[in-house]
Design a protein around this ligand. Structure first.
Ligand SMILES: [Mg+2]
Length: 174
């Protein structure tokens, strides 16, 4: 890690759209198809993802992809989406013990507070909702988490680049 600031970024539906496909199924426009272990995938990077990640890297943030999936598979998915070189690290379900929380951090995720998947993401960062008083938990989410609109396909109507100021503000306030 090169910096004291880390931006954790969710993978699926945040920086890339991923669909499970059937063999021989045509990929939608802009999607790339590939197969791993008998499963076909169609993937497409969110149009604003590259600019967003590069802007954060230029501002000396470490970028860590945080995903509930398996790290090896998520690396492959991001490579096929041509986002493979745009992050410093990737933490998945299988290597979650590798997370070290830096002094300043933000989590950008399409999932919302109140979903079990979101709580799972926070638990990957060593934060347990159960162990915290509700007010403290809410404060932590407010201070560190930014929800983005999910990206599935087509136009990127709510681009990640629109969140850059919010990321900067949250990091600056910590
Ligand atoms: Mg997601």
């Amino acid at each position: 890690m090169k910096s004291s600031k880390t931006v954790f970024v969710d993978c699926n539906d945040t920086v890339i759209s991923v669909r499970y496909a059937n063999r021989g199924e045509e990929a939608p426009e802009g999607f790339r198809a590939f197969e791993r272990d008998g499963q076909w995938y169609h993937v497409k990077a969110r149009p604003s993802a590259e600019t967003f990640l590069r802007a954060l890297a230029d501002e000396e943030c470490d970028i860590v992809i945080l995903t509930g999936g398996h790290s090896r598979m998520q690396h492959i998915i991001l490579n096929f989406g041509r986002l493979g070189r745009l992050y410093d690290d990737l933490i998945g379900a299988d290597n979650r013990d590798a997370v070290a929380l830096p002094e300043k951090w933000v989590l950008v995720d399409d999932l919302q507070d109140g979903t079990s998947s979101f709580e799972e993401k926070l638990s990957m960062l060593g934060i347990s909702k159960k162990a915290l008083a509700e007010a403290k938990y809410k404060q932590l989410v407010e201070r560190h988490c930014i929800q983005c609109a999910p990206y599935k396909a087509g136009e990127d109507n709510e681009p990640l680049t629109g969140l850059l100021d919010s990321v900067r503000a949250k990091l600056a306030a910590q």
